[in-house]
Design a protein around this ligand. Sequence first.
Ligand SMILES: [Zn+2]
Ligand SMILES: [Zn+2]
Length: 237
Amino acid sequence: MPVNRTPAAARIGRLLSFGLLPARCIVCGAPGHARDLCEACEAALPRNHPACPRCALPLAVEAPACGACLADPPGFSLAAAAWRYEGAIAQLLPRFKFHRDLASGRVLGELAAHRLVDWPGWVGVERVLPVPLHRARLGQRGYNQALELARAFAAPRGLPVDLRSLRRVRATPPQTTLDAAARRRNLRGAFQADPQTGIVLLVDDVITTGATLAEAARTLLRAGAGEVRALAIARAP
Ligand SMILES: [Zn+2]
Ligand SMILES: [Zn+2]
């Protein structure tokens, strides 16, 4: 026998089922999945392997370091990215970064933490630091995407997230049109750090050339960090 419900009760029922039932896949829109990403879309994500262990640059074959790291090692000693910046990752990350799609960010952070669970660089890490945004940028965007990801990486390991001791003190123009040397000049003095100790892990959403992470790492090393390592969701080829 059908149950007669008041409009309000029906509405609450709809809200409850919306919250409890599996969501649609954030990539293909297929309904009825236990996670926000369906199995087929998750399996199709472009794994970043093999990659340079030092800077996470995608490589064709496994190697101890890429040519760029051999010629000019970055300030960080190890880096990894869960995926290459292509395919569904190139759709999802901008949604998270620029369009407040926090569901995409949460899913990507959790999946990346899972994917990188065996990364050798976890050993000895004491604190996780998101790459900070300048406060003007933070004001425009309303959130720091790197902080959300740092939380996703740190939580399963019980590591503290440190969002105070590294700051972006200079707003830098967008890097996309600059070559490597110009990016480095552009970033000089962009960060400031409180005194550091031990092994720290920097987290960013995408490693494009590595120039931002390298400048942040240099700042942390100058402030006393014993070693800096880096993690990201994706690495540009
Ligand atoms: Zn899907
Ligand atoms: Zn490299």
